[in-house]
Write a protein that binds this ligand. Sequence first.
Ligand SMILES: [Zn+2]
Length: 326
Amino acid sequence: MKEEEIRPQHIFDEYLLLAKRDSQKYFSDRLGEEVVHCPACNAEGKHSFTKHDFNYAECHFCQTIFVSPRPPVESFLRYYQESESAIFWASTFYKETAVARREKIWRPKALMIRELITRFGTEECSLVDIGGGYGIFAEEYEKISNQKVTVVEPGPALALVCQEKGLKVVQGFLEEINPEQLDRGAKTFVSFELFEHLHDPERFLRHLYSLMSAGDLFIFTTLSGVGLDIQVLWADSKSVSPPHHLNFLNPKSMRLLLERLGFNVLQISTPGKLDIDILCNNEKYIKDRFWRTFINQATEYEKQKMQTFIADNGLSSHILVVCKKS
Ligand SMILES: [Zn+2]
């Protein structure tokens, strides 16, 4: 898989430009409001860099990268509801990439989740897709399994799209959901590329834990701040994109956080496929001599081999977590 297939550069760049403008419009007067501690281990962070006026801190205990000070949650709610870039993402970006994403991302994810449930959970469970968006994962999952998927989605327009597809939808943020709104019986909760956006990850996880029964799984993907492309490109990484991405944990700090909150961590891996490709697409920002040379000299086969090594050793920026309530 190549980055261009799921994030065509010209559309992605336009989106990032709109987001940069919006972040001034929606956040400029409230950027310094609340100093937050490391979302993983609660230690005090140290300022690392500023991007589009957002300050990113790094935790020197667990290497988590996070936005601090952090604007209040109301600013984010307004931003996600009405900003030009959020609308661009949900309409233009989505439409232009829908077919490729269904095939390259959602279909393989559905297969992966089914395998993980077979391995770690019980086949007799229903699924809850937190932040399910357009419901494409849910559709793909229901095609290959007898398990029903409930989509939890706060956006009214997206919730309606899911309803029209015949999916079960609970409209709202996970943090506001009651157990009665979900199906009875064993459940697997999933969320994809959501965790990095959370204003308060601990609150999210505590509430999720309260919705889970013993034996239920939570399987999710997010960004790892110690992943190759983020470490090499740092502030120039397009993944470091305020106001969207606020938390970059890593395999080590994710385990710390989940275990602190009582989760039983079954597997943390980094099955990313794009790190090297992202470096190739952002060569002008690479300062490190080793990676500049590698990108210039390596054959496609060598790049592929390096990507496999990176993924197999917890060093990709795409992280997959399987945990359980015991
Ligand atoms: Zn920390």
